[in-house]
Design a protein around this ligand. Structure first.
Ligand SMILES: NC(=O)c1ccc[n+]([C@@H]2O[C@H](COP(=O)([O-])OP(=O)(O)OC[C@H]3O[C@@H](n4cnc5c(N)ncnc54)[C@H](OP(=O)(O)O)[C@@H]3O)[C@@H](O)[C@H]2O)c1
Length: 288
């Protein structure tokens, strides 16, 4: 059996990834308490002992506000830690798949959908540090696969972390009967976490380089939220619970998946992915 090692094992993505692949691969998950990726020697030694065929690097400070407020921590984990993982991958000749983010596109002058070749100039710490990590990793290992993924969503599961995400945030506000607002000037895709996980196996065999990976989307975030209400069968509650955030500041993080498609990997649209998640979980909020 081939071996996968995944970092950030208690995280939202990795905890689901490990369960999904545990019968097809020998999967070793390393939590933060088992390995602090900022420690280069331990990182190389621990990973060398596992001798993985593939390393999925999912550990990070993933909260953008935390990165903004603690740039030194973000630099240590999201940049130096990621490069440490590349050094370990190099030491054991493993294929590295690194989870970067669509936030690298946050300062782009032009409109999306953005391509991997677009000039980027992220204005937040998280986006800049993901970009620096990409460069550091590819410098060491041109054969590494860097995935710029969009905002992930999913629903809570036993023994697995749930992060703030579009679907779950809306479900929570409906449960509390509390209105929630979403920006009309924010354009970005959202990706169903299990759709990304399912496609990861294909990513192991991509040629090295940067790939946008996740659901494309033409809707603004308010319209996406409307799609969530619709998929939940709660259109009648939209007017009372879903508000427009009309702030001027425009953000366009939309990705183009052309490069990944040319390599045979496709994703559903963000709207279809929302429907798929609700259907996978047989999730209903209707009281009938
Ligand atoms: N979720 C999204 O919407 C999204 C979108 C784009 C990109 N990404 C990227 O995808 C990856 C996975 O995201 P996620 O949502 O699963 O993140 P997550 O839930 O925050 O998980 C990240 C994990 O990394 C661990 N970690 C933090 N510092 C560490 C360190 N110094 N050494 C080792 N482990 C450390 C955390 O452990 P502790 O909590 O115990 O510290 C946590 O379990 C991240 O790289 C993230 O930046 C996520």
């Amino acid at each position: 059996m081939e071996k996968i090692l995944i970092t950030g094992a208690n995280g939202f993505f990795a905890s689901r990834f490990m369960d999904f692949y545990k019968c097809r691969y020998e999967v070793t998950g390393l939590t933060h308490s088992q390995l602090d990726i900022t420690d280069l020697d331990r990182t190389v030694n621990i990973i060398k002992a596992v001798k993985p065929d593939y390393i999925v690097h999912a550990a990070a400070i993933s909260d953008t506000t935390m990165c903004q407020n603690n740039p030194e921590l973000s630099q240590a984990v999201n940049v130096c830690g990621a490069v440490n993982i590349a050094r370990a991958a190099e030491a054991c000749n493993a294929k590295l798949i690194f989870l970067s983010s669509d936030q690298v596109y946050i300062g782009n002058a032009g409109q999306g959908p953005h391509k991997e070749t677009d000039e980027v100039n992220p204005y937040n710490v998280y986006g800049q540090h993901k970009l620096n990590a990409e460069a550091g990793i590819l410098d060491l290992m041109p054969q590494a696969v860097v995935l710029r993924i969009t905002w992930l969503f999913g629903l809570p599961e036993r023994d697995k972390k749930i992060n703030s995400n579009l679907l779950w945030n809306i479900v929570k506000s409906i449960m509390k009967n509390q209105p929630v607002s979403f920006p009309v000037n924010d354009l970005r895709g959202v990706t169903y976490v299990y759709e990304l996980i399912e496609k990861m196996e294909g990513m192991f065999h991509l040629p090295g380089g940067i790939y946008n990976a996740g659901s494309e989307n033409d809707l603004n975030v308010y319209e996406l939220a409307q799609a969530v209400f619709k998929a939940l069968g709660l259109e009648d509650r939209t007017e009372a619970l879903l508000l427009k955030d009309l702030r001027d500041s425009q953000r366009d993080l939309r990705i183009s998946n052309q490069k990944l498609k040319a390599n045979g990997i496709t994703f559903s649209s963000s709207e279809d992915a929302i429907g798929k998640c609700i259907s996978d979980f047989s999730f209903s909020m209707k009281l009938s």
